[in-house]
Design a protein around this ligand. Structure first.
Ligand code: SAM
Length: 228
């Protein structure tokens, strides 16, 4: 059985896709999709040997070795043009790492695969990379599982993408409009955290002006979206 988080990701993988799941760990996502006949082919990429061996084991156990190829490789080095990948999933990592993986090997994106990304933190960096590389965000989803809140960002390459505002980058162009209960919870939590930090640093004798101003600014920004 798949976590609610990865199940939500799985829903955005088009039927019959040729998938690359980068940082696959146990390869639960490609295994689930393979077992349910949702994909025609997949590469499960892992850079660390332990998780790589977990993935090899899982795919063998499920009898999926014909359609899911497990590869020990850093990021997009796991795939070649011959794989004809049309969807890439990168899930359960920080936004900066996702940014780094996408940016490290742009040639691997020449066939413009659909991207389904699930950053744990730093969603802003992910949206920035997408926009800078002509990927239009087409869907966003926010979910809660076991006290953790996760965002899923789906994007497709386009000739020209519509510009995002500062609020779009930070909160998500769709999420901030939808303003679901989970979204509100996330940003209320974040605002509380920042207010606490602000309170703490204000107690110090010397507070760098810019640090305080940045915090106040972000708290205000969050307030604007929550109350707007
Ligand atoms: N994608 C799975 C999920 O969402 O449940 C696993 C997430 S796990 C927290 C992150 C995985 O990414 C780890 O197994 C780690 O070894 C792998 N990873 C980190 N950097 C990587 C890279 N540059 N290339 C491939 N895998 C990477």
């Amino acid at each position: 059985h798949l976590s609610a988080r990865l199940l939500a990701v799985a829903k955005y993988v088009p039927l019959g896709a040729r998938l690359a799941d980068i940082g696959s760990d146990h390869a639960y996502l490609p295994a689930y999709l393979g077992l349910n006949n949702k994909i025609s082919y997949a590469v499960a990429g892992e850079v660390v040997e332990g998780p790589y061996l977990n993935a090899v084991h899982e795919i063998k156990k499920e009898g999926l070795a014909d359609i899911v190829k497990v590869r020990l490789a850093d990021g997009l080095a796991a795939i070649t043009a011959k794989d004809e990948i049309d969807v890439i999933t990168i899930c359960g990592m920080g936004g900066p790492l996702i940014y780094q993986i996408l940016n490290a090997d742009l040639r691997k994106l020449k066939q413009y695969p659909k991207l389904i990304l699930q950053p744990n933190v730093g969603e802003q960096q992910v949206r920035t990379w997408l926009t800078e590389h002509n990927y239009q965000i087409t869907t966003e989803k926010i979910i809660e599982e076991d006290q953790h809140i996760y965002e899923i960002i789906v994007a497709e390459r386009q000739k020209k993408v519509s510009a995002l505002t500062d609020d779009d980058y930070l909160f998500g162009p769709f999420l901030r409009k939808e303003k679901s209960p989970v979204f509100i919870k996330k940003w209320q939590r974040e605002q509380e955290k920042l207010k606490h930090v602000l309170g703490e640093i204000s107690k110090a004798r010397q507070v760098p002006y810019t640090q305080k101003a940045l915090l106040e600014n972000k708290i205000k920004k969050i307030g604007g979206v929550l109350n707007g």
